[in-house]
Design a protein around this ligand. Structure first.
Ligand SMILES: Nc1ncnc2c1ncn2[C@@H]1O[C@H](COP(=O)(O)OP(=O)(O)O)[C@@H](O)[C@H]1O
Ligand SMILES: O=P(O)(O)OC[C@H](O)CO
Length: 495
């Protein structure tokens, strides 16, 4: 039996997952790591801790399951995207903490770039909007604010990478500085039409070219990790959301998935068509197994499962995320709406000044109603994105493939089907992200062919919509009214 290891480096935890050649999950190791919130709107990770937790779960997986290193065909890496690491090429040490995708410190620079009228040029080249979410302004911030950083970067002494690059660097002991197209396409520095780092964008954000990793297709031999005297090849890399699209076997144009984790990310494969959105979505690169490029439309929602974490850790009204289902089912009112714009709003609104709010409170509103509104906000945001996606692509979704931690919640899944008016399909393996990374690596290692993978996906449960049309429309209108009222809230000149 041959095995593939997926390293899944997420926003809140590092995981290592062992898959066998039938696509079955044989083992999982997971370790959470520290989230730093040094100032309002700032979110940081310690890149060394990311590496140490990732290395630890990999070691534990290998020792726990006593797999012969000879039987491991390849490693695939998948990662939280956009999070920015800058390290010293000589010592391999990060020069500051990693700036996380949720971090808003570069909102001012983004605003400035928009005022300079750069939005259209950036969109045409990158498929993205100008937002602090992406890596480019974060690299700029590091170079401007860490002492000596700019001079060192100009001298070619510093490397920039998203988390995949950082892990490859560490796994190969500094021999390889690389990334894949999916991750590169989230930096605001990569031209997704010409498929290369873009000089005009590098100039705009003042990032020296010498800092950048080499970009390759997602299935590619990136380098080797030495374990017990054997070289295990790293054969796959993809940003976690593109990996999930691949892991859900959405290989054909028009197929879409939504991943419910800290945020929610809906992606639709658009094939070789680099379609730019007119409705607030992003265009991004999907996984490529060769030099033939594949694109996707993406709706990025910043706060989804994180709203449930907030109920647990912030408000402390639930003990476990899974308790949210129990309280939501006991709720009496249907009129409370919670807009979890804790980090502004992503797709399709892109309002970095929006902030969270709860609407429709009355004297009888209690914990149950708030919990229900938080869960439902995840489904409403998904509906916003799904409508935009249908308008952009001209395709009506007949079914939505779902995955990620919060899909364990049956109340949420049923409400999702109800508010979308289409079926929601939960697969037997909801670890689509890791599975996608394993598929990419396994394809390159010759363990699978693409046709084999199509047969591996199995549905665990399909949630059919039960709402009548008018009920669906009434609820959704309430959400639209609520979300609009949060716009521009934190803008200084707003009265
Ligand atoms: N049963 C549940 N109901 C609602 N939300 C849940 C449930 N289980 C987990 N979550 C949420 O899902 C998220 C974890 O999912 P995961 O896919 O591991 O996220 P990530 O990869 O972003 O760290 C957390 O934000 C958590 O609050
Ligand atoms: O780590 P996740 O699953 O929250 O995903 C983060 C996304 O990649 C951010 O773009």
């Amino acid at each position: 039996m041959r095995y593939i290891i997926a390293l899944d480096q997420g926003t809140t935890s590092s995981r290592a997952i062992l898959f066998n050649e039938k696509g079955g999950m044989v083992g999982v190791e997971q370790k959470e790591f520290t989230q730093f919130f040094p100032k309002p709107g700032w979110v940081e990770h310690d890149a060394e801790e990311i590496w140490s937790t990732q290395a630890e779960v990999l070691r534990n997986l290998l020792s726990e399951h006593q797999v012969n290193p000879e039987d491991i065909a390849a490693i695939g890496i998948t990662n939280q995207r956009e999070t920015t690491v800058v390290w010293d090429r000589e010592t391999g040490e990060p020069i500051c903490r990693a700036i996380v995708w949720q971090d808003k410190r570069t909102s001012g620079l983004c605003e400035e770039l928009k005022k300079q009228g750069k939005e259209e040029m950036v969109k045409q080249k990158t498929g993205l909007v100008i937002d602090s979410y992406f890596s480019g302004t974060k690299v700029n911030w590091v170079l401007e604010n860490v002492p000596e950083a700019r001079a060192r970067a100009e001298r070619g002494e510093l490397c920039f990478g998203t988390i995949d690059s950082w892990l490859v660097w560490k796994l190969t002991k500094g021999a390889v500085h690389a990334t894949d197209y999916t991750n590169a396409s989230r930096t605001l520095l990569y031209n997704i039409v010409t498929n290369q780092w873009d000089d005009e964008l590098l100039e705009l954000l003042q990032v020296p070219k010498s800092m950048l990793p080499e970009a390759h297709p997602s299935s590619h031999h990136f380098g080797d990790f030495e374990y017990k005297g054997r070289k295990i090849p790293i054969m796959g890399i993809a940003g976690d959301q593109q990996a999930a699209l691949f892991g859900q076997a959405c290989f054909e144009p028009g197929q879409a998935k939504n991943t419910y984790g800290t945020g929610c990310f809906m992606l639709m494969n658009t094939g070789s068509d680099c379609q730019l959105s007119k409705h607030g979505l992003l265009t991004t690169m999907a996984c490529s197994t060769s030099d033939k490029l594949t694109y996707a439309l993406e709706g990025s929602i910043f706060i989804a499962g994180a709203a449930i974490q907030w109920l647990r850790d912030g408000l402390r009204i639930i003990d476990h995320a899974s308790d949210s289902q129990y309280f939501a089912e006991k709720a009496q009112s249907d009129e409370v709406f919670l807009v979890p714009a804790f980090a502004g709003l992503g797709a399709p609104y892109w309002d970095q000044y929006s902030r969270g709010a709860i609407f429709g409170l009355t004297r009888d509103t209690g914990k149950n109603e708030i919990v229900k509104a938080a869960l439902e906000s995840i489904a409403f945001q998904t509906r916003d994105v799904k409508d935009a996606m249908e308008q952009d692509s001209g395709i009506s979704l007949s079914c939505l493939m779902v995955d990620g931690g919060a899909t364990a919640n049956d109340y949420l899944m049923q409400f999702q089907a109800d508010i979308l008016g289409v079926a929601v399909d939960r697969p037997a393996i909801t670890e689509s992200t890791a599975l996608g990374a394993a598929y990419l690596a396994g394809l390159q290692a010759g363990v699978w062919k693409l046709d084999d993978l199509k047969k591996l996906r199995q549905t665990e449960r399909k949630f059919e919509p039960e709402y009548a049309e008018d009920q669906r429309n009434r609820k959704y209108k309430g959400w639209q009214k609520a979300v609009k009222r949060t716009f521009d809230w934190a803008r200084e000149d707003e009265v």
